[in-house]
Write a protein that binds this ligand. Sequence first.
Ligand SMILES: Nc1ncnc2c1ncn2[C@@H]1O[C@H](COP(=O)(O)OP(=O)(O)OP(=O)(O)O)[C@@H](O)[C@H]1O
Length: 205
Amino acid sequence: MISVAIEKKLKVYKGQHVLKIADGFDTGSITKIHGPSGAGKTTFLKIIAGLITPEQGKITVDGLVWLDTSAEINLTPQKRMPGFVFQDYALFPNMTVAEHLAYATKDRAWINRLLKLGKLDTLTDHKPIHLSGGQQQRLAILRALAIKPKLILMDEPFSALDLHMKTELIGQLKPLFKELGATVLIVSHNPQELDGLTDGELYIE
Ligand SMILES: Nc1ncnc2c1ncn2[C@@H]1O[C@H](COP(=O)(O)OP(=O)(O)OP(=O)(O)O)[C@@H](O)[C@H]1O
């Protein structure tokens, strides 16, 4: 169970908006996060990952306190270690597909399975510049899964995929998330695309 109660002042055009969220996510659940542009969806994922610190708040994961501003507890992103799929992929320009995954895990069998899942098994020696947008996005997803994370945070992870690829990948990810026992939060501008994958939702205004 992940419980989150946070408040973060967002710097928005002409003034301030307070991102205020109090919610809980069951272990193993898959939640879609949606809401208008600029509402703070990306910021919320980064707060959970420890990449942004809110002014006030508490985050506990399976009873372990990750953040408690009143007690000055704030675990580093390295200690929290979620799988994170960034909206802009954040790939390493100088690393090949294979190197991205080898950097994350030494488990060859798992790497091979992920490469097949993301249909990148024939492109292992390609650097990001020689991949299409959809291939880059799939690599970002595979890299996040490589560490077998218990928490997976995905920011618009399917935005560059065509409908066929998206449907196929989503169909394969669902059992994989279950196998990992992962709790998953997915930000989407198009929440209908996640119907059938998610079992809960959070709307951020
Ligand atoms: N570290 C930060 N501190 C304060 N404000 C921030 C910080 N990072 C981003 N913001 C502001 O918070 C607002 C929300 O940004 P965010 O990217 O979280 O929105 P979003 O809901 O993901 O939007 P979109 O759907 O367009 O991707 C923006 O106005 C942004 O300028």
